[in-house]
Design a protein around this ligand. Sequence first.
Ligand code: N01
Length: 554
Amino acid sequence: MQQRDAMGPDSTPAQQPPAADAAPLVGDLDLVIVGAGFAGLAMLNRARGMGLSAIVFERGDGVGGTWYWNRYPGARCDVESLEYSYQFDEVLQQEWQWSERYATQPELLRYANHVADRFGLRGQLRFGTTVLAADYDESADRWTVTTDRGDRVRARFLVMATGCLSSTNLPDFPGRDSFAGPTYHTGQWPHEPVDFTGKRVGIIGTGSSAIQSIPIIAAQARSLTVFQRTANYTVPAYNGPIDPDYEAAIKADYAGFRARNSQMMPAYGSSYPRRDESALSVTDAEREQIFEERWRHGGLPFMGAFNDLMLDDRANRTAAEFVRRKIREQVRDPAVADLLMPRQTIGCKRLCVDTGYYETFNRPNVTLVDVGRAPIEAITPTGLRTTDADYEFDCLVYATGFDAMTGTLLKIAITGRQGQRLQDKWHAGPRTYLGLGIAGFPNLFTISGPGSPSVLTNMLVSIEQHVGWIGDCIDWLRRQGKQRIEATEAAEDRWVEHVNAVADRTLYPSCNSWYLGANVPGKTRVFMPLIGFPAYAAHCAEVAAAGYDGFVHG
Ligand code: N01
């Protein structure tokens, strides 16, 4: 494969970030990457290391992806900072110092910017640019990518680093645009601080984003009305400054720490791993003590208290009941406590991690409204109306989540071989091989795509595993003198079956989660991520070692 360079006189495209009024790009490259979040940055860095000509198109005006858009009050990661970070560069992981156990959004955004600068990536990032279409030309084995700024770039390979939670879900309530005050979506928060002081605020939704922002908004606003359709489970974060001794111990053997984490099912948590014991094999008192220890530790390792919490309904109920007892202890009004108690399987929607969530409902300025029982009928100029009552407020926050995993990909008109459109191919749910390749769409790779562990893992680990695999694959094709690689239909069919079969052995499909697409009206109900990182990563390595088994290439 030859480096091409139709974008400028150098062997790489423009070395400076393009100005807002930069002329459209027209040219021919090795690689187009869509998205400059953690996945896009890592892919670009790998491509540069391989000497590939590449450009990244990014809708936002800066790097960071999820951490660029989700600036709502209290936004922070629920995987510990020392794990939620790149491992591809030893100096980077040694020199960067996280301030807290769970990093805040501003700190994560600083980190993304630091990586872009430190590895000299900015020259190949084109911000404020939305990719509209990508078309595969079979005669030349090239993708043509077009954007809303008139760019028209041809490339041998196309990598979709578009993120899993990057298309917001904004319910189509009647009268939605009639509200007179400001409205916000947690996933598209303004860049300037929003001051709720003295305001009456309404918030729709009680997922992770709401659970993080509600305590902070409540402390600032005159009043906060929370519209809850489904109560959610959340465990305390017990966030705080990073213990310097802990950090020093990790950094003394960071590679070992990373290796141990990659052997965990969700690719994190080796410092507090899952216990290999059934919740039903211990006495009630022992079980209570184990849950209590995990609760006091804080965070997602709570679900690692026993090995069958996501496999056995009776085991799961012991954890669910423990959390419900905690809610009863923390919330003074028994009727409010009752409403806050989730009834579904714990863990089948992503567990939330909070700071002061349940206690917030003891505040006199916070009201909880059950819109599961009495749904929202309409947004009005002064607030909203449920089937029960009218509510008035000055500002409205939508914490209504995302069209997860497929939303952004399907907004782009992607057309593969023989004019096949991805929207048509995926009308009954996403179909991929390994969450990396799609039959009918040669030389297109998805990072953390549906069918890979992605959102069920530490995303940084999954991203780097995919970037490594894609980079190695392109390198292999180059060394073999091959122009094209494509998943076979048969391999894809087997893979989709495998992803479903693994999910069906667990309790994950038992509730209306965004993993299933059940949060978006009309979306096909299919469990999208694959459960279990270590077996998956091993399988991807075997596929590569076998000359990209399940793919055709030429
Ligand atoms: O979105 P969600 P999120 N009427 O889909 C409700 C990651 N994340 O942005 O449950 C009324 O979880 C909906 O109700 P229901 C993390 O992976 C991570 O909070 O569908 N309500 C639900 O309560 C997370 O899982 C972090 O009945 C409506 C809420 O809106 C993912 O992002 C922080 C409605 C949406 O919850 C998504 O979280 C934040 C309607 N028509 C996010 N439509 C951390 O790292 C939707 N809802 C900690």
